[in-house]
Each structure stands twice: as structure tokens, then as C-alpha cells.
Design a protein around this ligand. Structure first.
Ligand code: HEM
Length: 147
């Protein structure tokens, strides 16, 4: 009887592990958002346009005065590609480390998001798809904003 209970416990534990691991794997293999966004070509254009808008945006342009914008564009493109399920690997530094010295506030965060939305509009990305990318970025607000 005891061994039967033991077996049942092991089986239950194995099922819990499988049930939690499978959706994560499925998410990893799901590149539908990456494809809906238009793949690397469109993402590269969207990030370039976002950063051009940010550099012209009086609310945030000063933040980028000491930044290598080419490197930044490459890293954000990589990050968006990976986040949306594409075949890239983000090679930059951790978000907290990078942004904490910048003392960013929520207004600045929202300004950059608005610039990103404008760039996605320009690329004719449907709002449903835009919102999916924005939903992946939203949790980073707490990491990026420190003021
Ligand atoms: C979800 C929102 C954000 C994401 C995903 C993001 C992403 C990134 C990435 C990938 C990098 C490069 C990391 C590296 O250098 O290794 C970076 C750097 C930077 N970000 Fe953000 N960022 C966000 C929000 C913001 C906001 C709101 C601002 C300012 C308005 C900002 C300003 C900067 C600046 C100035 C750098 C370059 C710092 C340097 O030159 O060392 N970021 N960001």
C-alpha cells in the first residue's frame, strides 16, 4: 500500500513538472509575434525610427547625449527579436544595470513607448500586434524607471 501511495505521489509530481514546463517550451517555440511584426527587417526599421523620434523628442533626447546610437539600435533590435520569439539572442547588459544611472521617470518611459508606437504605426503594424509587443515591454517599466 505504501509503495502505491509513493508511486501516486511521484506520478503527481511528474505531472506538475510536465504541466509547468510544457507551456514555457511552447512559448519558446512560438515565433508568431515575431512573424506578425514582420521579422528582423521590419523590427530593424521600427527600432531605427523609434530612436530617431527619441532623439527629436524634447522629453527624452538629452538622455541619449552620451550614447552610441548604432550600438543601442542593434541591441534593442536583438532584444525585441528575442522577446517576440525570433531567432536572436540579446547580447547587451542587464536592463537594471544599464538604466539605473540614467534616473529615468515614468513620464520618460511613456515618451519612449509613444515614440515606439509611432514607429510601429509608420510600419503599418496592426494595433493588436503592437499591443502584444508592448505587453512584453510593460513589466520592464519597474526595472528601467528608478525615479
Ligand atoms: C521597456 C523599455 C526599455 C527597453 C526594452 C530598453 C532597452 C535598452 C537596451 C537593450 C539598451 C542597451 C543595453 C546595453 O547597453 O547593453 C538600453 C540602453 C539605454 N536605454 Fe533603454 N530601454 C528601455 C527604456 C528606456 C527609456 C524609457 C529610456 C529613456 C527615455 C532609455 C534610455 C536608454 C539609454 C540612454 C541607453 C544607453 C545607455 C548607455 O549609453 O550606456 N531606455 N535600453
Amino acid at each position: 500500500m505504501k509503495t502505491l501511495i509513493k508511486k501516486a505521489v511521484w506520478l503527481a509530481a511528474a505531472m506538475v513538472i510536465l504541466m509547468t514546463a510544457l507551456p514555457v517550451q511552447a512559448q519558446k517555440d512560438d515565433d508568431s509575434l515575431y512573424r506578425d511584426l514582420g521579422g528582423l527587417e521590419v523590427l530593424t526599421k521600427v527600432v531605427d525610427d523609434t530612436l530617431a523620434l527619441a532623439l527629436a523628442d524634447v522629453r527624452i533626447k538629452d538622455t541619449f547625449k552620451d550614447t552610441d546610437m548604432k550600438r543601442l539600435a542593434k541591441l534593442i533590435t536583438e532584444q525585441f527579436c528575442e522577446l517576440s520569439g525570433g531567432p536572436c539572442k540579446y547580447s547587451g547588459d542587464p536592463m537594471k544595470e544599464v538604466h539605473q544611472g540614467l534616473a529615468l521617470n515614468n513620464m520618460q518611459f511613456n515618451a519612449l513607448v509613444e515614440d515606439l508606437q509611432a514607429a510601429m504605426d509608420k510600419a503599418n503594424i496592426p494595433s493588436r500586434t503592437q499591443n502584444k509587443l508592448l505587453a512584453l515591454l510593460a513589466p520592464m517599466q519597474r526595472t528601467v524607471v528608478s525615479k
